[in-house]
Design a protein around this ligand. Structure first.
Ligand SMILES: Nc1ncnc2c1ncn2[C@@H]1O[C@H](COP(=O)(O)OP(=O)(O)OP(=O)(O)O)[C@@H](O)[C@H]1O
Ligand SMILES: [Mg+2]
Length: 259
């Protein structure tokens, strides 16, 4: 689309996307390869996430999205390539260590502590911090973002619904004050109404200034929310660009939007 054919709203958004894309790089992945035994799941990917951006990574089942996220966050050893966070190599660093630096992932399947209460789960999110007042105010902010969690704060996490557990997992990640938040399929297995709620919350959290890398099966919603996007296929990044441009791309529409 040329600038002349954009509405003013689209032009404002495009300007904001360009400004963020020119900002400070927080996460930079180059030539990353990750394998499981003899199987190469990620075959040399390059991408970056800049301060304040919401970047969506889309791709079909088995494309290597989760593997990429796990390698970045140190839950899986990476092979060739580099991973830089805040300008320094983090290759080989452990997940717990990286959470302390602000690289925080909400994994596929959520991983909440089922036998602990909502409040206890949120407190664990802040385990790396010692600023009691800051922790208390962040917990209050999480409760404002997710009123359901406040209502259920003394309930055991394992008795919450799937969508509530997703909210808890996101709330717990926010308690670590992430500089980059990685979300792996936050809407997986949820009802349409709960998916709407989760996407709304992702948008709220992004608007609060948290930089987000979002992996989603729902390419349409993910690209609608994002500033920029990457498409991953069979372990490689095959397309990237302004999320709205990707949404209009006939190849993306054919492969991921069922057209
Ligand atoms: N623990 C494992 N051992 C062996 N192979 C694995 C393992 N985990 C993932 N793989 C393989 O690596 C490839 C990439 O998987 P990955 O989970 O990263 O895909 P994905 O893009 O996240 O898919 P989905 O959208 O289904 O979550 C797949 O072929 C998968 O079978
Ligand atoms: Mg996955």
């Amino acid at each position: 689309m040329t600038e002349a054919t954009m509405t003013s709203e689209e032009a404002t958004r495009a300007t904001a996307v360009q400004a963020k894309a020119a900002g400070k790089t927080l996460l930079k992945v180059s030539g990353l390869k990750v394998g499981y035994g003899g199987i190469q799941a990620v075959k040399g990917v390059d991408f970056e996430v800049r301060e304040g951006e919401l970047v969506s990574l889309i791709g079909s089942n088995g494309a290597g999205k989760t593997t990429t996220m796990k390698a970045i966050t140190g839950t899986l050893p990476s092979g060739a390539g580099n991973i830089e966070f805040l300008g320094r190599s983090i290759k080989g660093r452990g997940a717990w260590d990286l959470v302390g630096e602000g690289l925080v992932m909400v994994p596929e399947g959520r991983g909440v502590f089922t036998r602990m209460t909502i409040t206890e789960n949120l407190q664990i999110g802040a385990y790396i911090r010692s600023d009691k007042a800051g922790i208390a105010s962040d917990m209050e902010r999480v409760f404002v973002t997710f009123p359901r969690l406040r209502e259920r704060k003394d309930q055991l996490a394992g008795t919450m619904s799937g969508g509530e557990q997703q909210m808890l997992a996101m709330g717990r990640a926010l308690m670590a004050r992430p500089k980059v938040l990685l979300l792996d399929e936050p809407t997986m297995g949820l009802s349409p109404i709960m998916c709407d709620k989760i996407f709304e919350v992702v948008q709220t959290v992004a608007a609060q200034g948290v930089t987000i890398l979002l992996v989603e099966q729902n390419a349409n919603r993910a690209l609608q929310l994002a500033d920029r996007g990457y498409v991953m296929e069979s372990g490689l990044i095959t397309m990237d660009g302004d999320a709205k441009e990707l949404l209009r791309d006939p190849r993306v529409r054919a492969a991921y939007l069922g057209e």
